[in-house]
Design a protein around this ligand. Structure first.
Ligand code: UFG
Length: 337
């Protein structure tokens, strides 16, 4: 079975490529390197021992995508392609709506043209908006606080409607919580453009001496230590969730939503302490004002993914912190060699 990874050269796509290959799937990657680097492909080929077919295209480009589908015998698609910086989406909403929706339109149209029915979509816990209660369950209310989040929720709606109209479609919507860590080999990992927005890449760059100190965004939230609580999940566990989702999509029709998280929430200071302990490195930090749009607490109820997909996260916070640092310390410039 051959799986197209749209946006497959990114952080989650690259790890999913490894896990799918290990599970015996053939994989094809399409990416325009808007937030990834060509070097990741060499690393993937080394780790898998295979030459993974690659197409440097924008998946919103329907003609290019059609060419790919004509060339390759694709059985299913995982759609990772999209911009993902929350703050940037507030400043450039049209750019986000255009990019993140157009890629889905062309993927679905080209899939239908070529008789491909199975699609796994990278959604996000951000679609729960400001949670009324935690843990978050798939059937709970949704609503977003920024354009990035809306693109995820709108994509979920569009794909759900497409599956209602075309009974041969099988759509799996995966709501990711906070993916961190890296492949245990230290060969692939997260390589953000510029100054990182997210907590773990920021911490690893402080540890590497590239940034002076971490700013902790708020210590007056209604949480045990006042800092924000999130459900951090090892990216390899997350990648394995995609393998389970592809399997599921092959055996079912219609739309299904799954949280991919651990079910455990850690605060920003929990993460700083765990990172220091796992790697024996001090992370200087200072308390800063709250970041606009942040919520106090967000963590998953991952029971549905376990009951239906047979998937659950296996790795702990120590694995996440060690693997994140192993990647960063061995690749101080990320994929720039
Ligand atoms: N944080 C800091 N300092 C930093 C960066 C983050 O204190 O320099 C804090 C945040 O305030 C938050 C926590 O660390 O409490 C996690 O922040 P991240 O930016 O790492 O992650 P978010 O939870 O804000 O966002 C992530 C993804 C989004 C996704 C969301 C879903 O980046 O794409 O999870 O819940 F939408």
């Amino acid at each position: 079975m051959k799986i197209l990874l749209a946006g497959g050269a990114g952080f989650i796509g690259s790890h999913t490529c490894i896990e799918l290959t290990k599970a015996g799937y053939d994989v094809v990657i399409a990416d325009n390197f808007s937030n990834s680097k060509p070097e990741v492909l060499n690393r993937i080929n080394q780790l898998t021992g295979k030459e993974i077919p690659f197409y440097q295209i924008d998946v919103a480009d329907k003609a290019a995508l059609d060419g790919l589908f004509t060339q390759e015998n694709i059985d299913a698609v995982i759609h990772f392609a999209g911009y993902k910086a929350v703050g940037e989406s507030v400043e450039k909403p049209l750019m986000y709506y255009k990019n993140n929706m157009d890629s889905t339109f062309s993927l679905i149209e080209v899939m239908e043209k070529h008789g491909v029915s199975n699609l796994v979509f990278s959604s996000s816990a951000t679609v729960y908006g400001i949670p009324k209660t935690v843990p978050l369950i798939e059937g709970m209310d949704t609503g977003c606080t920024n354009p990035y989040g809306w693109t995820k929720l709108m994509n979920e709606q569009i794909l759900t409607d497409c599956a209602k109209a075309n009974s041969s479609l099988s759509i799996v919507l995966l709501r990711y919580f906070n993916p961190i860590g890296a492949h245990p080999s230290g060969r692939i990992g997260e390589d953000p453009n510029g100054i990182p927005n997210n907590l773990l890449p920021y911490i690893t760059q402080v540890a590497a001496g590239k940034l002076k100190k971490l700013g902790v965004f708020g210590n007056d939230y209604d949480t045990p230590d006042g800092t924000g609580v999130r459900d951090y999940i090892h990216v390899v566990d997350l990648a394995k969730g995609h393998v389970a989702a592809i399997d599921y999509a092959d055996k079912h029709k219609g739309t299904e939503i799954f949280n991919l998280g651990t079910g455990v929430g850690y605060s920003v200071l929990d993460i700083v302490n765990a990172f220091e302990k796992s790697n024996n490195i001090k992370i200087p930090y200072e308390i800063k004002p709250r970041r606009s749009g942040d919520i106090a607490t967000c963590y998953a109820d991952p029971a549905k993914a376990f009951n239906v997909l047979g998937w659950k996260a296996e790795k702990n916070l120590d694995d996440m912190c060690k693997d994140a640092w192993n990647w960063q310390s061995n690749n101080l410039k990320g994929y720039d060699v």
